[in-house]
Design a protein around this ligand. Sequence first.
Ligand SMILES: *Cc1c(COP(=O)(O)O)cnc(C)c1O
Length: 361
Amino acid sequence: MSDNHQRLVIPGPVEVRKEILDAQTEWMIGHRSTAFADLFARLQGKLRQAFFTQSRVFVQGSSGTGLWEGASRNCIRDDKKALHLVGGAFSERWAEISKANGKQVDVIEVDWGMAHTPEMVADALKKSAYDAVCVVHNETSTGVTNPIKAIGEVVRGYEDTLLLVDTVSGFLGTELRVDDWNVDMALTSSQKAFALPPGIAFAAVSDRVLARAKQIQYRGYYFDFIEIEDSLLKNNTPSTPPVALMYAADVQLDSILAEGIENRWARHAAMRDMTHQWAFTNGFGVFAQKGYESATVTAVDNRQKGINVDDMAKFMKKKFFEMDKGYGKIKGKTFRIAHMGDMQPTMLEEVLSGLTEFVQG
Ligand SMILES: *Cc1c(COP(=O)(O)O)cnc(C)c1O
């Protein structure tokens, strides 16, 4: 590659296609113009399809973390509790954010690499009342996908309990049906399987969430869901939105809908299978619990084989691939191969054959 571009194989930010990068260079428009309202309305329609929801989709200038804070502030009343399902670095951080906003939090903690089951949630809901169950769809640190549909079936039985789902690294890479699965809020950011540049976040939000928000006095300002909804009804945002990123999202959603969302899920699942095959053939394991392995990112279990992940990353850099070396307390014991976004199986093959060369070299 002549321009020395390092292709991103890390689990976010991911590679963004040139066409999508270029879409950001359109002339700016004022966000109180009709041109902006048209753009916003166009995005709404496509985002609803992408989330499989009839409700609204918030569009926020922030990363996903901002919407974590918004979810906690707008959905958990001060005298009530939230149930956080914790089993990796990201689910842990969301629980911290709820606490940092003064919310009362109970956690169901599983070992890193394990999934949460609907039975665990059912037990907890029988014992105590919760304003919200907060769960990470796809735990990026461990490569585990939680059974959101089954958890949704459990939460459905509790009128006062909202189901809040972080699908930052799952959305548009693995199945998620917001309305059918009883999800009240599904939040995501742009730079994972959506394959957009970072800096914009999205959330499907149910009427139940807005009803809850109205019962909470101090929702904060930037992520006040009632204000955001008031603007959304006018195809607008309360403060200045990331217009360039919205141009990019507009074009990217056209590509995604042309590919077909189910086809996109299937492409990701096929790349997961290729990655597992590579791992097992080369003497590695897969860190995630069997049956819950992520379609968008594989945490390769390096504990038996024990390759030096720094050397691996250096070797791959010469092939113009930027690799991950594992996250948090399982760094090195695992390393992650992201197979998400607009990555095609042909590029993944190139990555895996580079890795084979390193392992066998
Ligand atoms: C990356 C990630 C986040 C954090 O999102 P930002 O956009 O970086 O704020 C949250 N949750 C999961 C599961 C992630 O993968």
